[in-house]
Ligand binder design. Structure first.
Ligand code: ZN
Ligand code: ZN
Length: 339
């Protein structure tokens, strides 16, 4: 079969590799769609993602497919089942797993980051990592379950309450998912800060009440004009220090700033504790997708979260390097690889 193998910084090769036979507790799936994620770009740029990626690994961790083979001890999953994969395989035995915070697992297997993943025609994974999907969910949408699950964990950590005013900074794929989750959680006023007009339009379609262009509008003025007294929750979805600072600055009294975007590992920011004290604000971060994959599937299949309009390109596996090594898809939204 063909797979996109990571060798080193800037070196991803589509090669012929062997389909690994499933062990007794594993399943093999024919990959239908696999999302391109910022983490893949980080790995190929030579930076570490959530962990170390050994050379020789097939990348791709946001994927769906159809089961083609099951190990002898696998129950409840059969050949032909439509599934998506939670790529973060926790050991279940270490200190953190036993504390119920398994996303900090000391022995985490990252499918598509530490072992072979979904940028390939087939992938063999631990059966406990696959989720059967309902008929109402397309395999294309199901490939988005992992990013939705990551956002959902972020939302869980905010303890947002219905009737609050929520500001999202950044209208990329993650920002648009967050916007929909905040809406579903009962945000009564939703604000999107995004410089690109088409993205602001999409945000309005997804339920943003106020959209602001940070490059050409004065945010404070726009908020005052719209009658916004204060922001209760701010969710940063860009990953820059500048926008992280903005998230903290705009969070109102007693509110929460969720710094969700991924910065460069060595980025630093200045926080004035007195400023946090005066407003009694909480600053939160969120790491991967513990125990949220099932609810992500439910939100997608019920139509509460729409990802179809976020997917802008489907690219064949043979052309995967166009995505990572050229500017061809620079202005794209979410890209899915179709092996
Ligand atoms: Zn990802
Ligand atoms: Zn563990």
């Amino acid at each position: 079969m063909k797979g996109a193998v990571f060798y080193k910084k800037g070196d991803l090769r589509v090669e012929d590799i062997e389909i690994r036979k499933p062990k007794s507790y594993e399943v093999t799936l024919k990959v239908e769609y696999c999302g391109v994620c910022g983490t893949d770009k980080h790995i190929l740029a030579g930076a570490e993602g959530a962990g170390y990626t050994p050379p020789g690994t097939v990348l791709g961790h946001e994927f769906s497919g159809i089961i083609t083979e099951v190990g002898e001890n696998v129950k409840g999953i059969a050949v032909g089942d439509r599934v998506c994969v939670d790529p973060n395989d926790m050991c279940g035995k270490c200190y953190y797993c036993k504390q119920g915070i398994g996303h900090f697992c000391e022995d985490m297997i990252g499918i598509g980051t530490t072992v072979n993943g979904g940028f390939a025609e087939f992938c063999t994974v631990n059966a406990k990592q696959v989720y059967k999907i309902p008929d109402s969910l397309s395999l294309k949408e199901a490939a988005m379950a992992e990013p939705v699950a990551c956002c959902l964990h972020g939302m869980d950590l905010i303890n947002m309450r219905a009737g609050q005013t929520v500001m999202i900074i950044g209208g990329g794929t993650i920002g648009m998912i967050m916007l929909q989750l905040a809406k579903a959680s009962g945000a009564s006023t939703l604000i999107m800060i995004e410089p690109v007009e088409s993205k602001r339009k999409m945000a309005s379609k997804f339920g943003a009440d106020i959209t602001i262009d940070p490059f050409n509008d004065r945010i404070e003025e726009a908020l005052a004009k719209a009658g916004v007294k204060q922001i209760d929750t701010t969710i940063e979805c860009v990953g820059l220090v500048k926008t992280m600072n903005m998230a903290i600055d705009f969070t109102g009294k007693g509110g929460t700033a969720m710094l969700f975007g991924l910065t460069e590992p060595d980025s630093e920011m200045i926080i004035k504790p007195f400023d946090l004290f005066k407003r009694e604000i909480t600053v939160k971060a969120s790491y991967i997708n513990p125990y949220t994959q099932m609810r992500a599937i439910n939100l997608l299949s019920s139509g509460i979260v729409d990802v179809n309009s976020l997917i802008t390109d489907i690219v064949g596996l043979d052309n995967i390097n166009d995505v990572f090594m050229t500017d061809k898809y620079k202005n794209s939204g979410k890209i899915l690889i179709k092996p």
